[in-house]
Design a protein around this ligand. Structure first.
Ligand SMILES: Nc1ncnc2c1ncn2[C@@H]1O[C@H](COP(=O)(O)OP(=O)(O)OP(=O)(O)O)[C@@H](O)[C@H]1O
Ligand SMILES: [Mg+2]
Length: 223
């Protein structure tokens, strides 16, 4: 008899997009909204989410650090991801929670793959290895013109990091990469216009999530 594979009971939602696209702002608002509906929610982020992973995050974003090779950057991010998946995300999903994660595997494909030029197939394999094949049920892609996103980030002067300093051309490749990923998996990735005012983006997020949760209730096996 083949073993019964138990699907984790929870829901895994990731928020993706370039710098200043509004992921962190919308993740907070989404979590507040879901919590107000009586849902059990875990809000977390990548790289990060555990003590070790947060330390790796600091190293990765540190502006004064030595030059980091793209491969080194990828390994550090994936090491952080494995810790995060094992110690935080999977346990929460097993408890039936909704996990809202600010960046996940798609960021690795967009930044290290499309942005830095690392081989996409290799990265995809490494990602699967790091996540134990855990994939988000739903991903919201916050799409914003590069200049607008970066100008929003520059408004937060205290939190300028290593990636904010990359050339505009790099961020353009990342944006196009995210758009390509969304075209490849349109059922999982929903693209939102993040250049709209904050409240409009929030309304659109709520609409997408409500529709998705309703559809899932009707056809739980297909999602
Ligand atoms: N739709 C919006 N319109 C105007 N300003 C916004 C909008 N969304 C977010 N902001 C502002 O832009 C700044 C960056 O937003 P936020 O930190 O949420 O972006 P992010 O995608 O998490 O950025 P990062 O990739 O750097 O983590 C914040 O000051 C936030 O208040
Ligand atoms: Mg953020």
């Amino acid at each position: 008899m083949s073993p019964v594979i138990q699907e984790p009971a929870g829901i895994f939602i990731t928020l993706e997009g370039g710098e200043g696209s509004g992921k962190t702002t919308q993740a907070r608002r989404l979590c507040d909204w879901l919590t107000a509906q009586g849902r059990h929610v875990l809000h977390t982020r990548e790289p990060g989410g555990t003590l070790l992973a947060e330390r790796l995050r600091s190293l990765l974003l540190d502006r004064s650090a030595e030059t980091i090779a793209p491969e080194t950057e990828a390994w550090l991010i994936l090491a952080a991801r494995r810790q995060h998946v094992d110690h935080v995300i999977k346990p929460a999903l097993q408890q039936g929670m909704i996990v809202v994660c600010d960046r996940f595997s798609d960021s690795t494909m967009a930044y290290q793959g499309y942005g830095r030029g690392l081989d996409l197939r290799t990265l995809r394999t490494m990602n699967k290895w790091a996540t134990g094949k855990l994939a988000p049920h739903l991903t919201l892609l916050f799409d914003v013109p590069v200049r607008l996103g970066l100008s929003r980030r520059r408004g937060q002067r205290s939190s300028q990091n290593r990636l904010d300093r990359e050339a505009t051309q790099f961020h353009e490749k990342v944006r196009a990469g995210f758009q390509t990923l969304a075209k490849q998996e349109p059922r999982r990735m929903v693209v939102l216009d993040a250049s709209l005012p904050l409240e409009s983006v929030q309304r659109n997020v709520t609409t997408v999530i409500t529709r998705w949760l309703n559809a899932r209730r009707r056809q739980p096996r297909q999602r």
